[in-house]
Design a protein around this ligand. Structure first.
Ligand SMILES: N[C@@H](CCC(=O)N[C@@H](CS)C(=O)NCC(=O)O)C(=O)O
Length: 347
């Protein structure tokens, strides 16, 4: 039997090829997150359901926090409007599947950058917006002075976190035992700790400090001195769209670089009109069109600064002196002030 060109077998093979080609093009188009975000008119940002200082929504449904500001900054850079963000609250467990499935364009949810997450989970971390570390909190009356006193203690921890992994590592290494009391949500864990269901609660340091004011008697709790891990928290995107990861990375760097150069939401317009400093002129889009290189308008970083502010302004507002949490800048100070916040060169 010979197969002529209009034989049904060829016809279905051609149809199949055509469908494959069309879906490949559609897949490629879908992979251009910048275009998707622009035509949608809003950025889908995956955030914590409620972590004071990082991401919280108030009675009116208004979100605020350091992570929330980064979402807003990305919207300002890409859409020109810091309010064009749809916040998608995610648990620790749901965050990576949601990012991979494209339910969010970016994940900014107090998430630690680790090798396994960066590779096996098919996501890319693009920077660090808060250097944290894991610590332990307990009631002062328990008499614990150090994590080494915690053998046999009941310890509250959230699942699907580096926190749970580090806890196991730390106790195993020292031949100590503990009784885990696990939760999916920190909104359930802290009240459980407050109600005495565990002797100790462990989480990122910033999260412990942020949650103390919500306890019934904040003055009765203390954070033990040891910090048992490195928790570099930062934004992550799905594998496979390098232009998009560049945009998220450089939006964070724009906020950091602006702090280095003393450019704030208040003075950005004046600085843009007057400055003779070359890097500041490039950052603010006065010369060399760095925005175009990212697929953005030349005033992308200027919009971030005017609408959201620089990294230091955001930190102070939500976590530092201007907030109820009053955290020190510590490792999160700009490198020139002895911290780790360091933007790559704008050129
Ligand atoms: N940085 C750690 C921990 C992140 C995390 O989810 N921490 C918990 C405890 S503070 C939390 O935020 N829970 C909030 C929630 O899942 O609702 C990680 O990336 O795994």
């Amino acid at each position: 039997m010979s197969l002529t060109l209009d034989h049904p077998v060829w016809r279905s093979a051609r149809a199949l090829l055509w469908i494959t080609a069309v879906s490949l093009v559609a897949f490629q188009a879908g992979a251009d997150t910048l275009e998707t975000v622009r035509s949608r008119g809003t950025l889908l940002c995956g955030v914590n359901e409620g972590l004071p200082g990082f991401s919280m929504s108030d009675a009116k449904g208004e979100w605020s926090g350091l992570d929330v500001d980064l979402c807003r900054a990305i919207a300002a850079a890409t859409i020109g409007d810091a309010t064009a963000v749809t916040f998608i609250p995610l648990t620790a467990r749901d965050r990576f599947p949601a990012l991979r499935a494209g339910e969010v364009d970016v994940l900014v949810r107090n998430t630690t950058w680790t090798l396994a997450r960066d590779s096996r989970l098919a996501v890319d971390f693009v920077g660090v917006n808060y250097y944290d570390g894991q610590a332990f909190m307990t009631r002062a009356e328990n008499g614990f002075k150090s994590v080494t006193d915690l053998g046999g203690a009941r310890i509250c921890v959230t699942r699907n976190t580096t926190t749970a992994l580090n806890l196991t590592d730390y106790f195993r290494t020292r031949g100590m035992t503990f009784e885990p009391v696990t939760f999916v949500r920190s909104q359930e864990m802290f009240p459980a700790y407050d109600a005495g269901l565990c002797d100790v609660v462990t989480a990122d340091q910033s999260s412990l400090s942020a949650n103390i004011p919500k306890l019934a008697r904040p003055g009765e709790h203390l954070i033990l001195p040891e910090v048992i891990s490195k928790e570099p928290l930062g934004p992550a995107v799905k594998h496979g769209d390098n232009r998009w990861s560049d945009i998220v990375r450089w939006t964070l760097y724009a906020m950091i670089a602006a702090e280095e150069h003393g450019v704030t939401s208040k003075n950005a317009a004046r600085v843009r009109a007057k400055t003779t400093r070359a890097e500041v002129r490039r950052l603010l889009g006065v010369e060399e069109s760095l925005g175009t290189m990212l697929g953005l308008p030349d005033d992308w970083a200027y919009q971030v600064l005017v609408q959201v502010g620089n990294y230091g302004e955001s930190f102070d507002r939500h976590l530092g002196a201007g907030s109820p949490i009053k955290l020190q800048r510590g490792m999160n100070a700009i490198w020139s002030e002895g911290g780790l916040m360091y933007a790559m060169p704008f050129r």
